[in-house]
Design a protein around this ligand. Structure first.
Ligand code: SDX
Length: 432
């Protein structure tokens, strides 16, 4: 260890060890414990990884106490207003904002990968019409490796680049087809004359009998919602993608694993759960009853859309989402959405309740998103699909960063074993 290198001194039993302290460009320093087991025979123990940095990354930074979210150093509030999703996607994937030529080339390359292999349509027909769109998405994305096998060699930078474009470009097509299938409507092909968000809205809401024209406000809102969901450091689904990818599995299978993890109601499935919760609460006078349930240790009910592992302040995405809510409802002429009124009153009451204040539980990205998406015409079952659509670029950026990290190796955590110690087999007729 260098003389001026910072170290953490650990005393464990009769052993004392110096562990290197590493600092990043901003945020908490880390204690490098990679040599701990080899030198002391001790594992660290951190269920849920509440104090564990799983990797080094340059993509997204979150300050949970201050409610700060930066994509490659740019505040989410600025990107949500000044940028668009294709530009943010370029930023996440490449590390810098594109110049005009780079932006136009990126948009072109994404646009010309939006069509799906025609034979993949058969996959949709295998699902029941009432299949949850997330189930369809998990299946279809996992199957991409069967149709795009020429971009599955993760050690070939060109194939990784092609797979990256295919995933970012085809997710809107796959998502829209999942909706159309569940609605019993014909699939609508991508339209290269439309922007990323407009194209998705068109594939979702257009029908052969009537052309759909998304208003600029709704297209901008869709684009902004994609920006807000694009990446979020080492959350559960991103960690799933990284762990799956660490074995060398193909990118399509790893993104499908991320989709499966995101579906959980504690994670990306919360936006769908928030709407169901608001519909269950039903009216302002029922709010105290649900707040009490959320505080009751014996009741598994949680206030969906509230709380966060990292944010102990207002999720900056929730602020932008709430503001977008008002814009979209205003554009749609919805002046008094009872669900929005209910959500805002629920937020007001919760933020004044000492339980939520003491535990620093604030609205997160999922609290308002469902209200906007419902107003835009999406069924509740599509909410997490849209989250997965947007998060794909973050997963792909994190995947590329991990593959290109010279320190990367297969992820293989250990355990604290508390099961039976070694014992001999007992024949059946000798057992009690
Ligand atoms: C996302 O990680 C990410 O970045 C995720 C995400 C992303 O962009 O990828 O931001 C997207 O997943 C947002 C979170 C969406 N989930 C929800 O809205 C579901 C409701 N929230 C909770 O399930 C919970 O807040 C989590 C899962 C989000 C965070 O859980 P933690 O960090 O494990 O916190 P915890 O469960 O240890 O809670 C701390 C305390 C507990 O009480 P005590 O045991 O200390 O007495 O706060 C309580 C919890 O019971 N608590 C809640 C609560 N959330 C936490 N109580 C009531 N309602 C809640 N929503």
């Amino acid at each position: 260890m260098g003389d001026n290198e910072q170290v953490a001194k650990l005393v464990a039993g009769d052993q004392e060890i110096d562990l290197p302290i590493m600092g990043g460009s901003v945020g908490p320093q880390v204690i490098d414990v990679s040599k701990l087991y080899g030198n002391t025979g001790f594992f660290t123990y951190d269920p849920g990884f509440t104090s564990t940095a799983s990797c080094e990354s340059k993509i997204t930074y979150i300050d949970g106490d201050e409610g700060v979210l930066l994509y490659r150093g740019y505040p989410i509030e600025e990107l949500a207003v000044k940028s668009d999703f294709p530009e943010v996607s370029y930023l996440l994937l490449n590390g810098e904002l594109p110049n005009k030529a780079e932006y136009e080339q990126f948009v072109h390359d994404v646009t010309y990968h939006t069509m799906l292999h025609e034979q993949m349509i058969n996959f949709y027909g295998g699902f029941r019409r009432d299949a949850h769109p997330m189930a369809i998405m998990c299946g279809v994305v996992g199957a991409l490796s069967a149709f795009y096998h020429d971009s599955t060699d993760i050690n070939d930078p060109h194939q990784r680049m092609v797979a990256s474009f295919r995933l970012v470009a085809k997710m809107p097509t796959i998502a829209a087809m999942a909706y159309k299938y569940s609605a019993g409507q014909p699939f609508i092909y991508p339209d290269n004359s439309l922007s990323y968000a407009e194209n998705f809205l068109n594939m979702t809401f257009s029908v052969p009998a009537e052309k759909y024209k998304a208003s600029p406000t709704l297209s901008k809102a869709m684009d902004r919602i994609f920006i807000l969901h694009a990446d979020h450091e080492q959350n559960a689904s991103t960690s799933t993608v990284r762990l799956a990818s660490s074995s060398g599995a193909n990118p399509f299978a790893c993104i499908a694993a991320g989709i499966a993890c995101l579906w959980g109601p504690a994670h990306g499935g919360a936006n769908e759960a928030v709407l169901k919760m608001l519909e269950e609460v039903g009216s302002v006078d029922k709010i105290p009853e649900f707040i009490a349930k959320a505080k009751d240790k014996n009741d598994p009910f949680r206030l969906m859309g509230f709380g966060h592992r990292v944010y102990k302040n207002y999720d900056p995405r929730a602020r932008v989402m709430q503001q977008t809510c008002h814009e979209v409802l205003g554009e749609l002429g919805i002046t008094d959405d009872p669900l929005l009124d209910l959500a805002m009153e629920l937020e007001r009451i919760a933020l004044e309740d000492e339980y939520f204040v003491e535990k620093k539980l604030y609205p997160n990205v999922d609290f308002y998103s469902g209200i906007i998406l419902r107003a835009m015409g999406f069924p509740t079952s599509m909410f997490t699909v849209l989250f997965a659509l947007a998060r794909t670029v973050g997963w792909v950026a994190q995947w590329n960063e991990m593959i290109e990290d010279p320190m990367q190796k297969i992820g293989r955590p250990r355990q604290l074993y508390t099961g039976a110690t070694k014992r001999s087999y007992v024949d059946l007729d000798a057992r009690g």
